[in-house]
Design a protein around this ligand. Structure first.
Ligand SMILES: C[S@@+](CC[C@H](N)C(=O)[O-])C[C@H]1O[C@@H](n2cnc3c(N)ncnc32)[C@H](O)[C@@H]1O
Length: 276
């Protein structure tokens, strides 16, 4: 994390090394941890609601093309980055401030043969170590709820995008149902959770010079991922899942479900275009 950063990240992001644990879990599941396919990891490495189908759907919505330069901001353990590189032919720069997530991402990139297509960078959305206009697409999935002050992140996303570039977001916003129940996957309590109402988020994100081309909140935001999920063959192998990384997984997932059912948050998918 950068010195002076004010955002408090969820306590479990910081913890013991994950590389050995994940290697063992893959081996126990009958998978060679040195030779992996995207599908072997999907239950664990897509660190956001609706998993791999949501990543595929968002990449299609953003019209990602082979060879495009993608900045995956808040890349986690690199699940979405690997999908964008392997399935869509993107060159991905994966920015992740949490050291043990980066270390695991490096291991999984190597085991999926994607090290050359994904650069892992220790940085933070408030201060990106890249030249102006060096990316075609900025990508955030399940990151903004962790960010207390979004304005500098939006300004940086705008600065590093080429003219006409896009920002694809798979995020959540505050809903009309009231305060959140905790814990949730991104927070133990309110100090770590920073949801904005949809209009307020849109204003903040568009201010540096973006215009929303896609902005779907609520059930409509889930529809493209749900269509992908329905078309995907059901996974029957007992593969390692997100519980390896997320302590109290069941309580956090229960909180997620209850908050969604009571409209205390709502899903958002968006594609913003940087003005030429
Ligand atoms: C829930 S995970 C999502 C990871 C990944 N985007 C995915 O969908 O699999 C949120 C990630 O955002 C990172 N993060 C939080 N605040 C950030 C910030 N301001 N800049 C960059 N990354 C951030 C965290 O370290 C964490 O890995």
């Amino acid at each position: 994390m950068l010195a002076g950063m004010s955002t408090q990240l969820t306590s479990y992001y910081d913890g013991p090394d994950l590389t050995g644990r994940v290697r063992d879990a893959l081996r126990d599941a009958g998978v060679d941890p040195e030779r992996l396919r995207i599908e072997d990891l999907a239950a664990m490495d897509q660190f956001h609601a609706l998993g791999l189908p949501a990543t595929l759907a968002l990449a299609e919505l953003a019209e990602l093309k082979p060879g495009e330069r993608v900045l995956d901001l808040g890349a986690g353990i690199g699940g979405p980055a690997r999908v964008l590189a392997e399935r869509f032919g993107a060159h991905v720069t994966a920015v992740e401030p949490t050291e043990r997530f980066r270390r695991l991402a490096a291991q999984l990139n190597a085991a999926t043969g994607l090290t050359d297509k994904i650069d892992l960078v220790d940085a933070h959305g408030h201060a990106l170590p890249f030249d102006d206009e060096s990316f075609d697409l900025v990508w955030t999935q399940a990151v903004l709820p962790n960010v207390a002050d979004l304005a500098p992140v939006a300004a940086e996303a705008h600065r590093v995008l080429a003219s006409g570039g896009r920002w694809a977001l798979g995020e959540i916003v505050a809903g009309p149902g009231g305060e959140l129940y905790f814990p949730v996957p991104w927070a133990d309590g309110p100090k770590e959770s920073h949801l904005l109402a949809p209009e307020s988020l849109r204003t903040t994100l568009e201010r540096p010079g973006f215009a929303a081309e896609v902005w779907e909140v609520g059930p409509a935001a889930l529809a493209p991922a749900a269509a992908h999920a329905a078309a995907q063959p059901e996974e029957t192998r007992p593969l390692p899942d997100i519980g390896l990384i997320m302590p109290d997984r069941d309580a956090r997932m229960a909180g997620l479900g209850r908050n969604l059912a009571e409209q205390r948050f709502a899903p958002l998918v968006a594609v913003l275009r940087r003005a030429p």
